[in-house]
Design a protein around this ligand. Structure first.
Ligand code: NAD
Ligand code: DAU
Length: 352
C-alpha cells in the first residue's frame, strides 16, 4: 500500500521541497494542506501540480474539523508538520500570529491527529507517524568559541519565533508521553536553496545584489549560522519519517558554519562572476544596519545521531549549494519577480 502523507505548510520554502521530493520518488501520495499566508506560493509546486499523487488543499492547521475530515477521507498514514510562521524579524514585530499558528495551530493539529489515530485498526495505528519539523533555534544562543547543539541540549529559546517552536515541540512530546501518539521530531539548522522567500538573508542578498541595491547586514555581521541545502533537508526528513524511532528527535545540519558577513561576501563574488555590475564589485553595496534585538550569536548542529542511526549525509557543501542557489535565482525570475514587485508590495521584505 502506498503511503499517504499529509504535509502541512507544503507551499512554503521547505514544505514545497518536501512535496517535490516525496512525489518524485513515486512512493508516496502527498496531500498538501496550506493556508497560503504571505509565505505560501503555489508557483513553487508547478513541477508536481498535475501529478496524480499530489493534491493541494487550502486551509488552516487550526481548523480541526477540516484536518480530521482530510485525515479520514485520504486515509493518511503520516503527517509531516511544517506549517508555521517562520521569520524571526516578523515575530519581533508581531508575535501574535506565531502563537496562533505555531502553538495553538499545532495543538489543534495534534488533537485531530490523536482522534484519527485512536480510531484506526491495529496495523494502521502501528504504521502511523506524526513528524514535527522544528528548528535549532529552540536551543538558543551558542558562544562564538565553541559548543554544538545535540539532541540533549536544554531548550533556551530567545525570540518569540523560537519560543513558539519550543512550545510546539513540547506539545508534540506530551502527546506522545501522555496519549501514546507515535511522534518523531527533527530540529534543523538554517536552510537555503531554490524557492526561498526573499525576506530571509540569502535570497534577499542575492536579489538585492542582482539589482544593485544595498545589502543589509545586521550589527557587525559576526553572527554565525550553520547552513544546509534545502534538498538535503528534504531527504533527511523522509528518513526521519520512515526510519526514525518513535518518540525520538534528530538534529539535522550541514556542518557548514559561516559568519553572516562571509555569506554575504561570497554571494557578492558569485554574482560578480556571473553578472558584473558596471558600478563595481558588489561588496561595496554592503551596509551594516541596526542589529536584530536579542540576536543569537551562533547556531551549530551536531548531526552525528542522524548520520549514525539513519545513514544521512548532505550531498551539497555550502559552496556547491550556494552556487546552485545563485544560478537558480538567475534562471527563475518568473518565480521571484512577482514577489518582489507586485504581490507583496508594501510588506516587509527585509531592510532593503
Ligand atoms: P515558510 O515561512 O517558507 O513556509 C511556511 C508555510 O506554512 C507557508 O506556505 C504558509 O502559507 C504555511 N502556513 C502558515 N500558517 C499556516 C496555517 N495556520 N495553516 C496552514 N498553513 C500555514 O517556512 P519554511 O522556512 O519553509 O519553514 C518550514 C518549517 O520548517 C517551519 O516549521 C520552520 O519552523 C521549520 N524550519 C525552518 C528552517 C529554515 O531555515 N527555513 C530551519 C529549520 C526549521
Ligand atoms: O536556524 C534555523 C532558522 O533559520 C529557522 O528556524 C527560521 O525559520 C529561519 O528563518 C532561519 O532563521 P534566521 O533568523 O537565522 O534566518 P534569517 O535569514 O532571517 O537570518 C540569517 C542571519 O542573517 C541572522 O543572523 C540574521 C542575519 N540577517 C538577516 C536578514 C534578513 C542580516 O544580517 N540581514 C538581513 O537582512
Amino acid at each position: 500500500m502506498i503511503d499517504t502523507i499529509l504535509v502541512t505548510g507544503g507551499a512554503g520554502f521547505i514544505g514545497s521541497a518536501v512535496c517535490r521530493h516525496l512525489v518524485k520518488t513515486g512512493a508516496y501520495r502527498v496531500i498538501n494542506l496550506d493556508r497560503l499566508t504571505y509565505a505560501g506560493n503555489l508557483d513553487s509546486l508547478r513541477e508536481i501540480e498535475s501529478d496524480p499523487n499530489y493534491r493541494f488543499v487550502q486551509g488552516d492547521i487550526g481548523d480541526r474539523d477540516l484536518v480530521l475530515g482530510l485525515l479520514e477521507a485520504e486515509k493518511v498514514t503520516g503527517i509531516m508538520h511544517l506549517a508555521a510562521e517562520s521569520h524571526v524579524d516578523r515575530s519581533i514585530d508581531g508575535p501574535a500570529a506565531f502563537i496562533e499558528t505555531n502553538v495553538v495551530g499545532t495543538f489543534q493539529l495534534l488533537d485531530a491527529a490523536l482522534k484519527y489515530w485512536s480510531g484506526l485498526g491495529d496495523e494502521r495505528r502501528k504504521r502511523f507517524r506524526f513528524h514535527h519539523i522544528s528548528t535549532d533555534e529552540v536551543f538558543g544562543d551558542l558562544p562564538f568559541d565553541g559548543g554544538l547543539f545535540t539532541e540533549e541540549t536544554p531548550y533556551a529559546p530567545s525570540s518569540p519565533y523560537s519560543a513558539s517552536k519550543a512550545a510546539s515541540d513540547h506539545l508534540v512530546r506530551a502527546w506522545h508521553h501522555t496519549y501514546g501518539l507515535p511522534v518523531v521530531l527533527s530540529n534543523c539548522s538554517n536552510n537555503y536553496g531554490p524557492y526561498h522567500f526573499p525576506e530571509k538573508l540569502i535570497p534577499l542578498v542575492i536579489l538585492n545584489g542582482l539589482e544593485g541595491k544595498s545589502l543589509p547586514v545586521y550589527g557587525a555581521g559576526a553572527n554565525v549560522r550553520d547552513w544546509l541545502f534545502v534538498e538535503d533537508h528534504a531527504r533527511a526528513l523522509e528518513l526521519v519519517l520512515t526510519r526514525g524511532e518513535v518518540g525520538e528527535s534528530y538534529n539535522i545540519g550541514g556542518r557548514e558554519e559561516r559568519t553572516n558577513l562571509s555569506v554575504v561576501e561570497t554571494i557578492c563574488d558569485l554574482l560578480d562572476a556571473r553578472a558584473p555590475l558596471p558600478s563595481g564589485p558588489r561588496r561595496e553595496l554592503i551596509r551594516f544596519v541596526t542589529d536584530r534585538p536579542g540576536h543569537d550569536r551562533r547556531y551549530a548542529i551536531d548531526a552525528s545521531k542522524i548520520e549514525r542511526e539513519l545513514g544521512w549525509r548532505p550531498a551539497e557543501t555550502f559552496d556547491s549549494g550556494l552556487a546552485k542557489t545563485v544560478d537558480w535565482y538567475l534562471a527563475n525570475e518568473w518565480w521571484w519577480r512577482p514577489i518582489r514587485e507586485q504581490r507583496y508590495a508594501g510588506e516587509r521584505l527585509g531592510a532593503a
